[in-house]
Design a binder for this molecule. Structure first.
Ligand SMILES: NC(=O)c1ccc[n+]([C@@H]2O[C@H](COP(=O)([O-])OP(=O)(O)OC[C@H]3O[C@@H](n4cnc5c(N)ncnc54)[C@H](O)[C@@H]3O)[C@@H](O)[C@H]2O)c1
Length: 327
């Protein structure tokens, strides 16, 4: 007879923050069949109860999965702890004030997770995701591989979608990455972009679909960078694609897939950069980021990566000397 699955083998995910992104991610994760148990936490207890009830009523239509509200004790045996908790910007509040507030929220959660001796991977989604991943890493005291941010996995997926529709090729045949900050200084790594294994520089001339592909590339890159602003202007926030991007990262961790994903990770000398978290191609597995792939980037791409690093360093420095000092 097959041995009963032990509790260690159960795939457990804890989501801290049951708002729009946390709940959408939970909904997508439940449908994916990747997790056996999903636990929702939020400082707004009514919200958690409501989200859990709404989700479990769909259970006959999901693969078998437990969805429930929980407590900090659930951190201990979780495989992945996803942080989507955060405060929204208030009228008159500056970006720096919001950064400090969210750094305090995420830093405290990270410290709490570490104090419960979790062996899992911490995955930060709250924005600004790169700075908050850095704060969570420092405040948890964990090894750098186990604290990661969703980084530009979402932006890379937006990039692939746009290239696919522009080139008229299935998105699954388009491999393309956005690197750097998840934000205004992010950039397309054109040197790593390929369609069906053909580097984009060779693909564009033979495709013949457009004569001005160099100009189109700039437009596509700009559209990726501005995507979130457009969605927020239309409906106030983004939730669906980010939810799916985080399910993709979660799957790589839960199934130890060694997937190459542009998560935000602590950089310690790679690409000539130090002491920031930002997105570069990483191999993601059950222990988090197990390797950084130092892709041979073009000179202008390397310059864009250092520009992102400088911007993020300044944002981290702006937290130092504060009550929430991360140094
Ligand atoms: N990284 C990405 O690609 C990406 C994409 C979209 C949104 N986001 C970010 O995700 C975060 C969540 O967005 P949202 O739209 O779900 O916001 P939301 O306001 O709907 O949800 C945030 C939730 O966090 C909870 N919360 C706040 N402090 C908490 C704490 N200390 N402990 C537990 N829960 C706490 C709130 O009660 C709220 O329910 C934001 O920071 C947003 O900018 C990131």
């Amino acid at each position: 007879m097959k041995k009963k699955e032990s509790s260690e083998q159960r795939r457990k995910v804890v989501i801290v923050g049951a708002g729009s992104v946390g709940a959408t991610y939970c909904y997508a994760l439940a449908q994916s069949g990747l997790a056996d148990e999903i636990v929702l936490l939020d400082r707004n207890n009514d919200l958690v109860q409501g989200q859990v009830l709404d989700l479990v009523h769909g259970q006959p239509f999901f693969p078998t999965v437990i969805i429930r509200s929980g407590s900090e004790k659930d951190y201990t045996d979780a495989n992945v702890i996803v942080i989507t908790a955060g405060a929204a910007q208030r009228p008159g509040e500056t970006r720096l004030q919001l950064l400090r507030k969210n750094a305090e929220i995420v830093g405290n959660i990270a410290e709490d997770i570490a104090s419960h001796e979790s062996k899992g991977v911490m995955l930060i989604v709250s924005n600004p995701v790169d700075v908050l991943s850095y704060v969570a890493l420092k405040r948890s005291g964990w090894d750098r591989n186990r604290v990661i941010g969703s980084g530009t996995v979402l932006d890379s997926s937006r990039f692939r979608h746009l290239l696919s529709s522009y080139c008229g090729v299935d998105v699954h045949n388009v491999h393309a990455y956005i690197l750097g900050e998840h934000g205004d200084s992010e950039f397309a790594a054109w040197s790593m972009t390929n369609v069906a294994g053909i580097n984009i520089d060779e693909y564009c001339p033979i495709c013949g679909k457009c004569s001005d592909w160099k100009k189109q590339r700039k437009n596509i890159e700009k559209q990726v960078r501005e995507s979130a602003y457009h969605i927020i202007n239309y409906k106030g926030s983004t939730q669906f694609a980010v939810g799916l991007a985080v399910v993709r990262i979660t799957g790589a961790i839960l199934r130890s897939q060694n997937s190459v994903l542009t998560v935000s990770t602590f950089i310690d000398g790679e690409f000539g950069i130090k002491d920031v978290c930002l997105s570069v191609p990483c191999v993601v597995s059950d222990r988090g980021v197990i390797r950084i792939i130092e892709s041979p980037l073009a000179a202008e791409e390397l310059a864009s990566l250092s520009n992102s690093a400088d911007i993020l360093s300044k944002a981290i420095d702006s937290l130092k000397g504060d009550a929430r000092d991360v140094s």
